[in-house]
Design a protein around this ligand. Structure first.
Ligand SMILES: [Zn+2]
Length: 128
């Protein structure tokens, strides 16, 4: 699955990203601002305050979820968590914090968790 969508991004798998310059581009709110971009793959850096988080953050969310729901006698298995993390880490760009926004990660996280654990969107969001 590719998440590139409306974001300017070329496919260089595993690119470590090194900013070389900046292009004048509109922000999500329409204001034109300088955006640094990667000299290797051309990915434009996310310069908004909506910064993506490392996968560790989502691992913590899942373990909190497992613990808290466990107290309410809703058991989440390690296998379910493994499947969720596998899907997230294999997803193109999910943990690439150079350009990924947190709001987008959150949206993806909720939809992946919902596939494996039958709980409401609200419940999932309360852990993110
Ligand atoms: Zn790059």
């Amino acid at each position: 699955m590719s998440l590139s969508g409306d974001l300017t991004r070329n496919d260089v798998p595993g690119c470590k990203h090194a900013s070389v310059g900046a292009d004048w581009l509109p922000m999500q709110n329409g204001i034109i601002k300088q955006h640094p971009y990667c000299g290797n793959c051309g990915t434009v850096k996310n310069v908004s305050s909506d910064k993506g988080k490392n996968i560790g953050y989502f691992v913590n969310c899942l373990s909190k979820m497992k613990k808290d729901l466990g107290k309410k006698r809703y058991k989440i298995s390690d296998a379910q968590i493994r499947l969720i993390l596998k899907e997230l880490t294999e997803m193109d760009g999910f943990s690439d914090t150079y350009w990924m926004t947190f709001s987008r990660q959150r949206e993806i996280f909720v939809s992946v968790v919902k596939k494996y654990i039958k709980i409401s969107r609200q419940t999932i969001e309360s852990f993110v």
